[in-house]
Ligand binder design. Structure first.
Ligand code: URP
Ligand code: ZN
Ligand code: ZN
Length: 511
């Protein structure tokens, strides 16, 4: 379907009956009624009279869950001498196909570029093309007084509350500790949220040179140049820097066991204030043994930063960290390049554009490796695929929950159905899928984006431009109430499974 295809019917009233609603804190049998993009009713059928002519969906045996929120995507982004092949149309179409109804993408200005001009550029790319709602983070690729000033405008006038800093990508985006402290201080003064890409860029630059000099030029060199401790050291340092200036910090793409443990330790040390952690569908669904594959396209297709880890026990370990609330969210870091683009790094792994897919498959991969394998309950699945992101970036309860008054971003999820992931059937623009051949339980049977049925039993009917920009307001209570001592730090109190697992983890860390 083309960008301009707007064949979708303007259905504005939908009744979902006989389903099991799953929110982050509880699961219950209920019907759901939607009118004009908003959830108007959640409860027993006996309590509502449905008007005639309403589109009715029977959700017997299915779950009614909040649409996924992917807090980490790079659509249509110039990065590593290439532009990501999923633009805002194909990327958000793939999102909807997989049960994700909102993304938060990264504006990534070049060094010395104006942050506000970059923001406007991303808005002009995204607004006409997005098939689902979206928000934006800003990547702070450099630091100066003017950047500091622009951050204020972005926060107060342009709907931004989150800024990503880089401890890696030496020579392009990397900031030093002194700059990081200044950035974190500024972000704290605005009641915004700092984000960090935590890898030690100085170590990586040295290792890359050494490996190339030794003749290690293939994709395996990528992981060798940035092994676990390079990530863990940066996570540890970032948490301390942020804490020193009282700034909340969201660590993006936690990819290794040791980095995950650093997050858990920091959360324990700071009474669950300040630090939040995200891991990725890729880190949960595949691993770094792929870098050893003799086929360049396959190995390079997995190149991303931080890399997937060759330790095959990593994916399950990361899932357990999600189960115990050491990590709170799952993203995709969808940053797709074609095989041809990846071949820019033939003969020099440092030139392989970094990035993988995951926007379409994140929900199913997390269900398969989390719920189907018995590590997550369905409520925790909802927490880590939508609610926690909505809370951290301050769009809850507009998004991330099935409740009266919330946007009707809803997925009717069939936990029994299976599908097999493939580049031949995915909705991404790219020609590679890191989950190729994986059969997953958990299929989105219906996907409603603000009340509109955009996917139905495998048929995806989206229209570019239907999605809207969603402002992320300052001072998320989920983040700042804790820091300001207005609310006791709490586990998902209603979820005793999470509380139990957290207690076990903390006692292991203390031992
Ligand atoms: O390899 C990755 N992760 N590409 C996207 C850029 C980033 O650092 O998130
Ligand atoms: Zn990053
Ligand atoms: Zn990223």
């Amino acid at each position: 379907m083309s960008n301009s295809d707007k064949t979708q019917s303007p259905q504005n009233r939908v009744y979902i009956k006989n389903g099991q609603v799953v929110n982050h804190d509880r699961s219950f049998k209920a019907d759901v009624y939607i009118e004009d993009e908003i959830i108007k009713f959640v409860g027993p059928a006996a309590d509502i009279t449905i008007p005639d002519g309403v589109h009715t969906i029977d959700a017997s045996g299915k779950l009614i869950i909040p649409g996924g929120i992917d807090p980490h995507t790079h659509l249509q982004t110039p990065f590593d001498n290439a532009v990501t092949v999923d633009d805002f149309y194909h990327g958000t179409k793939a999102a909807v196909a997989g049960g994700t109804t909102m993304i938060i993408d990264f504006v990534l200005p070049k060094r010395n570029d104006s942050m506000i001009e970059a923001y406007n550029k991303w808005r002009s790319w995204a607004d006409p093309k997005v098939c689902c709602d979206y928000g934006l983070h800003i990547g702070l690729s450099w630091w100066s007084d003017s950047v500091s000033e622009e951050i204020g405008v972005l926060c107060k006038e342009l709907g931004i509350n989150s800024f990503k800093t880089y401890m890696a990508y030496k020579g392009t985006y990397q900031l030093n500790d002194s700059e990081l402290l200044d950035v974190f201080e500024r972000i704290r003064s605005l009641n915004a949220v700092a984000m960090v890409h935590a890898e030690n860029g100085d170590i990586i630059a040295k290792n890359e040179k050494r490996l190339l000099a030794q003749g290690i030029t293939g994709p395996e060199g990528h992981e060798l140049s940035r092994q676990e401790e390079v990530e863990a050291e940066a996570v540890h340092r970032a948490c301390i820097l942020a804490h020193q200036v009282d700034c909340p910090l969201y660590v993006v793409h936690v990819m290794s066991k040791s980095a995950g443990i650093e997050i858990a330790r920091a959360r324990q040390r700071y009474s669950e204030k300040y630090i939040f952690g995200e891991t990725l569908a890729s880190g949960l669904g595949t691993d770094g043994t792929n870098y050893r594959c003799q086929h360049f396209d396959h190995a390079a297709g997995h190149v991303m930063s931080p890399p997937l880890r060759p330790d095959k026990t990593t994916p399950e370990f990361l899932m357990k960290l999600l189960a115990s609330d050491a990590l709170q969210t799952t993203g995709s870091d969808n940053c797709t390049f074609t095989k041809k683009q990846k071949q820019l790094g033939l003969g020099d792994f440092t030139k392989i554009p970094n990035g993988i897919n995951g926007l379409e498959d994140r929900m199913s991969v997390v269900w398969e490796k989390g719920v189907h394998s018995g590590l997550l309950d369905p409520c925790r699945f909802v927490a880590v695929t939508s609610t926690n992101a909505a809370k951290i970036f301050n769009i809850y309860p507009k998004k991330g929950v099935i409740a009266v008054g919330s946007d009707a971003d809803i997925v009717i999820w069939n936990p029994q159905a299976t599908r097999t992931i493939s580049k031949d059937t995915h909705h991404h623009a790219g020609d590679f899928n890191i989950f190729e051949g994986m059969t997953v339980h958990g299929v989105p049977e219906y996907v409603l984006v603000r009340g509109r049925i955009c996917a139905e039993k495998g048929s995806v009917r989206v229209s570019g431009g239907y999605g809207r920009f969603v402002a992320t307001p300052l001072r998320p209570p989920f983040v700042y109430d804790r820091i300001e001592g207005k609310e006791e730090p709490k586990v998902e109190e209603q979820n005793t499974n999470v509380a139990k697992k957290k207690a076990e983890l903390y006692s292991q860390l203390a031992a």
